[in-house]
Design a protein around this ligand. Sequence first.
Ligand code: LAG
Ligand code: CA
Length: 479
Amino acid sequence: QWDPNMPEDRNTIVHLFEWKFSDVAAECERFLQHKGYGGVQLSPVNENAIVTDPWRPWWERYQPISYILQTRSGNEAEFADMVARCNAVGVRIYIDIILNHMTGRGGIATGTAGSWADTYNRDYPSVPYTYLDFNPVCDITDWNDPWQLRQCMLANLNDLNQGNEYVRDRLVDFLNTLIHHGVAGFRVDAAKHMWPEDMRAIFNRVNDLNVNHGFAPNTRPFVYQEVINFSDNEAVTWRDYSGLGRVTEFRHSSEIGRVFRGHDRLVWLDSWGTGWGFMDSNYAFVFVDNHDNQRGHGAGGDSILTYKQSKQYKMATAFMLAHPYGSTRIMSSFAFDDSEAGPPADSNSNIISPGINADDTCSNGWVCEHRWRQIYNMVGFRNAVKGTTIQNWWTNGDQQIAFCRGNRGFVAFTQGGSISQTMQTCLPAGTYCDVISGNLINGDCTGKSVTVDSSGNGYIVLNQNEEDGVLAIHVGKQL
Ligand code: LAG
Ligand code: CA
């Protein structure tokens, strides 16, 4: 439950936020497999309430109305086709599952599969659930009370009672349907708001992954739980959940943003990980930003870097991927100004597919951070250095650092002054293409290259005014 169940030569989940299933399938085949991505996180796939005020916000997908697999991303047949096609090219699928609640409590709601619900009386006939399946109505008013966090409504969302056997059956059925279709694991929404023992009872009854989709017998789904926890003094901490699977490390997200916004010094990154108060690497699920905190929801506030600060964002992402800490996820966004706005859609509110430009970037309102050269090439770097540790940590004592990953990769960063000196790269003699400034195409490097001598030394040039403050070379991209 802590292992993402990816092929050996893959790493990193990309969250294709609100993408349609048919586009995800195409992306697995035409792009993700070739760049070494290991998986895709989807937005919630079960029927959600249609919200019209504001008009079709992204967050309507966090208001389930049934477990029918039909949303603006597609229906069950399209879902099945996508999972099969992605698995066939070694890209795994992870589902954002909402077990904590159903829709907001208000009036009559209609869903994306045509279901109906009386949300005030907590009647959801398409499941079916009645008021008996929910916790008694209360609001979370004290965020330091573990009981309220689990038993009361988060943001006025009708709170399911996961201690109820009937509810457990419905949730297990839903998860087993997803597993039957070939998914590799789950992002557990609002995990902090469910009792760990209830979640354990549910996950214990979930099937092993489907061997017909290439998983080994007895493989358990990867579980990564959304728990926002910044200190050990909080009422609920990551330790309450790490026995069930990985846990989101929000301190990683806020601290990496703080550092690469220049509010801290790179020299201190030598103790990145538990040295910064983070949870153990084996339990950590890490990211620079997520769909909430990139738009001021969730946790992290002003520290969070997003695609809007592109240079710093690429540097932070490069550091995350170069560093061995945690299991990594890349955010792939649609462009937004309004923090409530939904994905690019036509006049019928149907989601528009991303267009693909000749330079690999996206159009039609999709940002596609995962297609930025500096980002996908660092996914390749992480694959190339798998199993190695950090060696030969170097710093100028301030805003410049460099390190090796075993004898397979080398990176340098600056966010203050230029680097121009001989460094120990730990690599075998040869000429390597810097995968940040360019690509290796037909044996030629379109960016900078570094020649390493027989003692591992190479002359590193990284000017402070370059497009990106990073240089990265590895054994997989040798001229
Ligand atoms: C999550 N993780 O634990 C998601 O990452 C986060 O995106 C979800 O909130 C939250 N838990 C519940 O699944 C999002 C928005 C909320 C939105 C909620 C339900 O951040 O703003 O609440 O989804 O759609 C909205 C309104 C609230 C209202 C509520 C119920 O903003 O004011 O009370 O709907 O009507
Ligand atoms: Ca709850």
